[in-house]
Design a protein around this ligand. Structure first.
Ligand code: PEP
Ligand code: CO
Length: 392
């Protein structure tokens, strides 16, 4: 397939979770400009990560994927990127020393600027109770509750590209002197089609996405006949799909076959996020069905997205529930003789208190900085990784 036919097959499919862009001409122009920009992730780098994912799929390496729920444009500066990369490297080093295995490391970084939302509109919680478009990530609009900033602006897609480039340059700087298997690669949710489509290119190994090394499809955009699945099927990058409580065993089988028709180990990762309450009931039939009838997948545990709650109006997650989901995940995968490959975490090098312990009464959100979901601070992330290792 050529890049051009890929684009043709992508048009006409319905794409969930696209913001309402009020200026379609400006949107078209932004998409056109992106087609003229060089790729961000290069094909040789993607092929190297593919080699790492092959080891993960064979149970010869672990996988750590982590970073912000939503990156911010103003954080695309070397010093902050270095802190994020060091944080990931530190956790990966714990994984390696605790398991004796390589730990393939992928940041939610250099492109995580678009967010799916449960509602397209948001009502101000205090004061005037005004309604305006939800914040959809810095690639679309601004988080502040203010009508002009909340209007989706197509030029922001180009800023997302520029910021991703700056961040990726710094990520690459961290690679020098390191073995290939100890590099931090990039990933983000393949969500905004006017951003993703123009960065799909034809390389020496076929069609690939030049927007990132690893891309994933979110829980809200994994319809079989939708544009996000079509895009991911078309590219040879390693890809992930989030599986949450609404997935049936048959859906998971169909996704595995459609996204990994050749059964390539490491090509497809299922990032499961059922929540501590439902994981014991919902995960086993999904793993069983894919094992028997599907195409191979790497199994990765996201203990964050099924465990959100609000305390006193503040979004948070309880560490105890996330630990419980990690435990159930490892137990279930073991029972089905599948490799519990690792963790997908939202985390930050900053000492935030966005996630809390239910043992601390009352929970104190003394430091909440995320513009989207609550992240683990370094101590909480280290404890999560240590718990995971203790279960292997
Ligand atoms: C996310 O990873 O930030 C996210 C929105 O996840 P999910 O698609 O699993 O809800
Ligand atoms: Co999130």
């Amino acid at each position: 397939m050529t890049a051009t036919t890929t684009l043709t097959t992508l048009t006409g499919r319905s794409a969930a979770q696209q913001p309402h862009w009020p200026d379609p001409v400006a949107l078209e122009e932004a998409e056109r400009e992106l087609t003229e920009r060089p790729v961000l992730a290069t094909e040789p780098e993607i092929v190297e990560l593919t080699g790492g994912m092959d080891l993960v799929a064979r149970g010869s390496a672990l996988l750590l994927q982590g970073g912000d729920c939503a990156e911010r444009f103003h954080e695309a500066v070397p010093e902050l990127v270095r802190q994020k990369v060091d944080n990931l490297q530190g956790l990966a080093a714990i994984m390696r020393s605790g398991s004796g295995l390589p730990a393939v490391t992928i940041g939610r970084i250099a492109g995580q600027y678009g967010k799916p939302r449960s509602s397209p509109f948001e009502t101000e919680e205090t004061g005037s109770r005004r309604q305006m478009p939800s914040y959809c990530g810095d690639a679309v609009n601004e988080p502040e509750f203010e009508p002009v900033g909340r209007t989706p602006q197509p030029r922001r897609l180009l800023t997302a590209y520029e910021c991703s480039r700056l961040v990726l340059d710094e990520v690459r700087r961290s690679w020098s002197q390191r073995p290939v298997l100890e590099r931090v690669y990039t990933s983000h949710e393949l969500l905004l089609l006017p951003y993703e489509r123009p960065l799909v290119r034809l390389g020496a190994h076929g069609v690939y996405s030049g927007s990132t090394h690893f891309g994933w499809i979110g829980e809200r955009t994994r319809a079989h006949d939708g544009a996000h699945v079509a895009l991911s099927r078309a590219v040879h990058n390693p890809i992930g799909v989030k599986l949450g409580p609404s997935v049936s065993p048959d859906d998971a089988v169909a996704l595995s076959r459609s996204l990994n028709p050749e059964g390539i180990p490491g090509r497809l990762t299922f990032i499961v996020r059922f929540g501590a309450k439902d994981v014991d009931r919902l995960l086993p039939p999904v793993v069983e069905a894919v094992h028997r009838h599907g195409s191979p997948a790497v199994w990765l545990c996201d203990p964050m997205h099924g465990n959100g709650l609000k305390i006193n109006g503040q979004k948070t997650r309880l560490v105890e529930r996330m630990h419980a989901e990690v435990e159930s995940f490892v137990r279930t995968l073991r029972r089905h003789r599948e490799w519990p490959a690792g963790l997908h975490l939202e985390l930050t090098p900053d000492p935030v208190t966005e996630c809390v312990s239910e043992l601390a009464q009352p929970p104190r959100f003394t430091d909440f900085r995320s513009t989207c979901d609550p992240r683990l601070n370094p101590r909480q992330a280290t404890e999560m990784v240590a718990l995971f290792l203790s279960l292997l």
